[in-house]
Design a binder for this molecule. Structure first.
Ligand code: HH2
Length: 265
């Protein structure tokens, strides 16, 4: 899953694809690099980010989704917590709703997901973006995140979301210390064992600095991001959400080849 941020303030590439033409160019580049799906977001969820009015968020993302839907069969995902934005995005051509609040942001989120009939990513987050990194605490982060995701999947099912449309995501960096993130990454098999396809979004994230303090610039975290994508795939994750599509595809293909999963001629 290639990340397309149409935001002036995303942590890693905010501002660079903020205009519609730039975002479309970036999205097409990721398609050329082998992305299987694109995740388009108009509101940054980075720690401390300021919430965005619904109309403004929709105005950022819908032209990009329409433009892409007209020119590619690759599935498109909308990264939003707002049901009204999800509805407009699906009308514009998106087939997945990636919700970092796991359909908890608005009262109508669950019903909207069921009505739209699209795939949904239910992500774990402790707290809310504005304050989530203030003092996150868990007794057992893997057990608690797994229990939350299992419960949200059940709630989505009960609300009418189709079983085949449910994905789960541990929410790396969302209300977690570096130690919590590493514990979750080690604990991925326990999340995979829940039986839902798992999405992993670790690309370029800040906790990488816990291992490489010199990697202050998100663009300087490619090596760790690749290591995390490979580890995720080995643990059975179904999808990795990444900024650097081409190197990730290459790394995953080599890992598969080494495991004897590809035709080596
Ligand atoms: N991470 C970010 C945003 N959306 N969605 C899922 N399912 N999983 C994630 O880990 C995840 C996500 C944060 O990354 P990015 O989009 O690059 O930055 P920003 O939130 O500033 O737009």
């Amino acid at each position: 899953m290639g990340i397309v941020n149409v935001t002036p303030d995303s942590f890693s590439d905010g501002g660079r694809h903020g205009d519609a033409d730039g975002a479309l160019r970036h999205a097409r580049r990721l398609l050329g690099e082998g992305a299987d799906i694109l995740d388009i977001g108009g509101e940054s969820t980075r720690p401390g980010a300021v919430p965005l009015p619904e109309a403004e968020e929709a105005a950022r993302v819908t032209p990009i989704i329409e433009g892409l839907a007209a020119s590619t069969d690759v599935p498109l995902s909308i990264d939003t917590m707002k049901p009204a934005v999800a509805r407009l995005a699906v009308a514009a051509g998106a087939s997945m709703w990636n919700d970092v609040t796991a359909l908890r942001f608005a009262d109508e989120s669950l019903a909207m997901a069921a009505e739209l009939g699209c795939a949904v990513v239910l992500m774990h987050m402790q707290g809310e973006p504005r304050s989530m990194q203030d003092d996150p605490r868990y007794d057992d982060v893997v057990r608690e995140v797994a229990a939350f995701l299992a419960q949200r999947a059940d709630v989505a099912l009960a609300a009418g979301v189709a079983r085949d449309n449910i994905w789960i995501d541990p929410g790396i960096g969302f209300g977690k210390t570096a130690a919590h993130n590493l514990a979750l990454l080690r604990g991925l098999p326990a999340l995979v064992a829940l039986g839902w396809p798992v999405v992993l979004g670790a690309s370029r994230k800040g906790f990488i600095r816990g291992v490489d303090p010199a990697a202050k610039d998100p663009g300087d975290r490619l090596g760790a991001s690749l290591a995390l994508a490979l580890a995720g795939a080995r643990a059975g994750v179904a999808m990795v959400r990444v900024h650097d599509v081409r190197p990730t595809v290459q790394a995953l293909e080599m890992q598969s080849a080494l495991a004897g999963e590809a035709d080596d001629g």
